[in-house]
Design a protein around this ligand. Structure first.
Ligand SMILES: CC(C)(COP(=O)(O)OP(=O)(O)OC[C@H]1O[C@@H](n2cnc3c(N)ncnc32)[C@H](O)[C@@H]1OP(=O)(O)O)[C@@H](O)C(=O)NCCC(=O)NCCS
Length: 326
């Protein structure tokens, strides 16, 4: 097998590999090579050396590829090369179990280490998601989904184990939305739900991740003061809707100002958004929350969302430490 960096005429072959190799619920068949441009090549930090192709030297067919990049710094103003991310390793079914996936992981690790990565994770999970938002994972970047049939066994073999978990919740919108909560009458008197389009990205990193979308921001605003109390962002899940066979809406960045929490505002905001999405004929809404965020999980459940998947950021399996000296 020949391994080489990306070249400008590779997108059609990458699309073929993607469509042949990925069968889980978290990805959709790419109809156009332009989607590779939009979600991968157009990023200002795209580096052809981080997109590594395995090419069959006899047939010249692309057998698979690995895509690696870096997470952001704390201020989200630039890349932090010390945090490397292998976003994916994908091998066509006919080339599997020949060591190609393992070799692609190794080469992606070398690429990241040579550029300064001290920690390498596997799976694009927010905010360590330089690539794949929009192509894989639904409403946000959940890491590698549990529903991906081959991923977990393969990753364990090549030295990674499950780390941070991100839960994917979905709610059908083709049934009535009745959310009973005694606090809602008071909240409705005090707050308005406003729609802002397109929303303004709050950082360079966000602009890089979803700058080509035109997401809509819903704000919950105090009627008296005009001050926003919180927000949530919505985007049309486009390709995923084709895969799931229903018009689907993604929600992310649900946030209530710290001093206004625990008063039912997030639940009220989300319940209002679900009704507005229903009016726009969306049949399903998806929201992803951290598994260890009881507030996020609780709100999803109280609004009738159901857990459909879990994504993981994989980390290197720790070397066994030396036994203590006796
Ligand atoms: C997962 C995937 C990349 C593996 O590619 P591959 O070229 O077949 O992997 P390798 O041949 O290098 O296998 C490396 C090791 O993982 C094991 N492995 C690979 N796929 C496996 C599976 N489905 N179940 C159990 N073990 C598996 C291999 O047996 C091998 O172990 P060994 O060295 O002890 O023999 C490929 O199946 C694929 O593209 N799947 C869809 C995309 C995906 O899930 N990617 C991973 C997350 S992005």
């Amino acid at each position: 097998m020949l391994y080489r960096p990306f070249r400008n005429d590779d997108p059609p072959a990458l699309v073929e590999v993607w469509n042949e190799a990925l069968s889980g619920r978290g990805s959709y068949p790419l109809r156009l090579a332009g989607l590779i441009d939009r979600w991968i090549l157009s990023k200002p930090y795209f580096d052809r050396n981080g997109l590594i192709l395995a090419v069959d030297p006899d047939t010249k067919k692309v057998a698979g590829f690995a895509l690696a990049g870096f997470g952001p710094n704390e201020e989200r103003t630039a890349l932090d090369p010390t945090g490397g991310v292998i976003c994916c390793v994908i091998v066509r079914p006919e080339y599997r179990k020949r060591g190609i996936g393992r070799e692609l992981v190794k080469r992606a690790e070398v690429y990241l280490r040579e550029r300064g990565s001290e920690v390498i994770v596997f799976g694009a999970q927010r905010p360590f998601n330089p690539f794949l938002f929009g192509l894989y994972g639904g409403a946000n970047s959940p890491g590698i989904l549990e529903s991906e049939p081959d991923a977990d066994a393969f990753l364990n073999k090549v030295g990674y184990e499950k780390g941070e978990a991100h839960v994917t919740f979905q709610r059908r919108l083709d049934t009535p939305i009745h959310v009973a909560d005694a606090r809602f009458a008071g909240l409705r008197r005090r707050y308005d739900i406003q729609l802002i389009r397109p929303t303004v990205s709050s950082s360079w990193w966000e602009e890089c991740i979803w700058g080509t979308l035109e997401p809509t921001e819903f704000r919950i605003v105090d009627k008296m003061t005009g001050q926003p109390a919180g927000r949530a962002v919505h985007w049309d899940l486009e390709g995923f809707s084709w895969k799931w066979n229903m018009p689907s809406a993604g929600l992310f960045d649900v946030e209530i100002r710290a001093h206004l929490r625990k008063q039912g505002l997030a639940k009220f905001l989300l319940a209002s958004i679900l009704k507005l999405l229903q009016d726009q004929f969306f049949a399903m809404a998806e929201l992803q929350v951290w598994a260890d965020d009881p507030a996020g999980v609780g709100i999803c459940k109280s609004l009738g969302f159901e857990q459909v998947d879990t994504g993981y950021r994989y980390r290197a399996i720790a070397e066994p430490s030396d036994p203590p000296a006796s």
